[in-house]
Design a protein around this ligand. Structure first.
Ligand SMILES: *[C@@H]1O[C@H](CO)[C@@H](O)[C@H](O)[C@H]1NC(C)=O
Ligand SMILES: *[C@@H]1O[C@H](CO)[C@@H](O)[C@H](O)[C@H]1NC(C)=O
Ligand SMILES: *[C@@H]1O[C@H](CO)[C@@H](O)[C@H](O)[C@H]1NC(C)=O
Ligand SMILES: *[C@@H]1O[C@H](CO)[C@@H](O)[C@H](O)[C@H]1NC(C)=O
Length: 347
């Protein structure tokens, strides 16, 4: 055999070997489950290419783990498609799944099915921009490996299960843009994990007051905006915390801000559209701020001068009871203007 033939034969052999090896990668149970999922979803465009002739580990939207998990399917990500279906019951048969993503599937309807409770290795659950209804399921708290839950942009209703605080590894809980009601669970002041998760609960219909217990934890980021929360929120702050972003805007929160110390780690502070009273503490001049908004409250008194408090325009401060000083009009001018106005009728 000449050199070329040898090379060709060798390449052919290598190709066959790779093909036969990779054919072996996909576990038969996973392949069967995936094919049933494809059928349940009515053969959507994104996964139409799934073919039993190919190794399922090479299929689009699918990822298999390495030899340590016997090359089982660890990730399923079906996004941007027009599936008209419910969550297929066979999803729970992908027993080694760590990542489940159904995203931007506006015609995926129905509830978040109990089949998901079978996925005991699940770490990453992202069901977003779909049209899922029903509750945030209580059974999620049994999936102890969950690190990331994102159920935003759905039509979920009912209250937030307090048992989610039992998840020891939860790093992010994102439930914004649903129709959730009831109050924030008291148990969210006692998350079991070492670090409390970032909480995104905005654009729901959450009501009642924020449980005092939440003040015990040092949340890195919270977004409770666009709800109907009322009462005190001062416990969410404190000089000793290391929070980075606090958005409590567009609620009905009512408390005195005058003595509230904000951690110097805070970058984003949005309190607009509430019923917050008092004056802005001088301590806030110590903050390094990227965004800041206290407009539409009931604040009064002089805006402390210095730090980053003057890098924002008047729109960050407008519509309060009697705030004055830069970037609003100077406190003296306001008094003069009032005097002038009061003097007008007698002239
Ligand atoms: C969703 O379903 C509705 C009616 O069933 C249909 O009119 C619409 O085109 C579908 N949307 C997508 C993105 O497939
Ligand atoms: C979700 O479903 C509702 C009715 O069930 C429908 O009115 C709405 O258009 C759907 N949303 C999307 C994004 O398809
Ligand atoms: C959750 O999902 C939405 C939409 O898919 C995305 O915009 C948002 O950034 C996600 N949130 C987090 C905290 O990852
Ligand atoms: C503050 O919030 C108000 C009300 O939503 C908005 O009109 C304004 O543009 C915001 N200002 C800044 C500086 O973000």
């Amino acid at each position: 055999m000449d050199k070329i033939t040898t090379t060709l034969l060798f390449s052919l052999f290598a190709l066959l070997l790779t093909a036969s090896l990779s054919k072996d990668l996909c576990h038969k149970d996973d392949e069967n489950a995936l094919l049933k999922i494809k059928k349940s979803l009515n053969n959507p465009y994104t996964i139409i290419s799934w073919d039993p002739k190919d190794d399922c580990c090479t299929w689009v939207s699918v990822e298999c783990g390495d030899a340590t998990v016997d090359h089982r399917v660890i990730s399923l990500d079906i996004s941007n498609d027009d599936v008209s279906a419910q969550i297929p019951p066979e999803v729970g048969d992908l027993s080694y799944l760590q990542t489940l993503i159904f995203r931007k599937l506006p015609n995926l309807t129905g509830e978040i099915k109990p089949t998901i409770a079978k996925l005991k290795y699940l770490r990453f659950l992202w069901l977003s921009w779909t049209n899922l209804t029903g509750p945030v399921p209580e059974f999620l708290s049994q999936l102890k490996d969950l690190e990331y839950i994102n159920l935003s942009f759905n039509d979920l209703s009912g209250s937030i299960p307090g048992s989610l605080s039992l998840l020891p590894k939860l790093g992010i809980l994102e439930l914004s843009r649903n129709k959730l009601t009831g109050s924030i669970p008291e148990s969210f002041g006692a998350f079991k994990g070492v670090v409390p998760p970032e909480l995104f609960l905005s654009h729901n219909q959450l009501s009642g007051s924020i449980p005092k217990s939440l003040g015990n934890l040092d949340f890195h980021r919270i977004d409770f905006s666009h709800n109907k929360l009322e009462g005190d929120a001062s416990m969410m702050f404190g000089a000793k915390k290391t929070s980075w972003s606090v958005d409590l805007s567009r609620n009905k929160l009512q408390f005195d801000i005058s003595k509230v110390k904000v951690a110097t780690t805070v970058n984003n502070l949005d309190l607009n559209h509430n019923k917050i009273t008092g004056s802005i503490p001088v301590q806030w001049t110590e903050l390094t701020l990227q965004s800041f908004n206290v407009s539409y409250n009931r604040l009064c008194g002089r805006i402390p001068q210095g730090g980053d408090l003057q890098i924002f325009d008047a729109y960050a401060y407008v519509h309060n009871k009697c705030l004055c000083g830069a970037p609003l009009q100077s406190c003296n001018v306001e008094i003069q203007a009032t005097d002038l106005y009061l003097n007008l009728p007698s002239e």
